[in-house]
Write a protein that binds this ligand. Structure first.
Ligand code: NAP
Length: 172
């Protein structure tokens, strides 16, 4: 399983249930990586999409509160249910796409993380954990560019040398 996220210089990822920056190049990258794949997310991230609708041309799995049944998604209400559902898919095709709460739970299970680093402070309210502080994660830079909005973007791939397996954590 993989994750994909854009972080600012403080590992910030969002504010007011939205993204920190408008980055067409990163959107394109996200789309290229996830198209025809399985994306799984927390409920707030689904709500943050235009019209609160799932992403087209992808299987959308959403971990939602018990009283929510959003249309067009595979809806799960517990982590157990999520992990059972994920067993139906090739692990290499599954992308964790946010948000903060969902990443925090899921990233230890991921073997790869596609992290776009934005060299700016986006004034975030929610954050991703700093993977550089964790000894089992290491990264390579795959591309660098300046976005049309003037932000310097660094596309990185982090690899986890010790991903957890589903069902091996007592808290799940
Ligand atoms: N920069 C990026 O690449 C990126 C990508 C995606 C999202 N974001 C940003 O992240 C922010 C949203 O993050 P968020 O933390 O508020 O929301 P979230 O993780 O998308 O969703 C939280 C909701 O999902 C459920 N949930 C998520 N993880 C859970 C877990 N481990 N166990 C049980 N339920 C879980 C919760 O249900 P309950 O209410 O029942 O607890 C909660 O309602 C937005 O600002 C969004 O724009 C940024």
């Amino acid at each position: 399983m993989k994750l994909i996220v854009a972080v600012d210089k403080n590992w910030g990822i969002g504010k007011r249930n939205g993204l920190l920056f408008e980055l067409p190049e990163d959107m394109k990258y996200f789309r290229a990586k996830t198209l025809e794949k399985v994306v799984c997310m927390g409920y707030n991230t689904l709500l943050s999409f235009p019209g609160g609708k799932p992403l087209k041309n992808r299987v959308n799995i959403v971990l939602a509160p018990a009283d929510k049944e959003p249309d067009g998604c595979i809806v799960v209400h517990t982590l157990d249910e999520l992990f059972k559902t994920l067993e139906n898919y090739d692990d290499n095709d599954v992308f964790v796409i946010g948000g903060a709460m969902f990443y925090r739970t899921m990233y230890p299970y991921c073997d790869e993380a596609y992290i776009t680093k934005v060299d700016a402070d986006g004034g975030a309210e929610v954050f991703f954990d700093d993977l550089d502080k964790l000894s089992n994660w290491s990264y390579t830079v795959v591309d660098e560019l300046t976005s049309v909005n003037g932000y310097k973007l660094t596309f990185t791939v982090y690899k986890n040398s010790a991903p957890k397996k589903f069902g091996t954590d007592q808290t799940v």
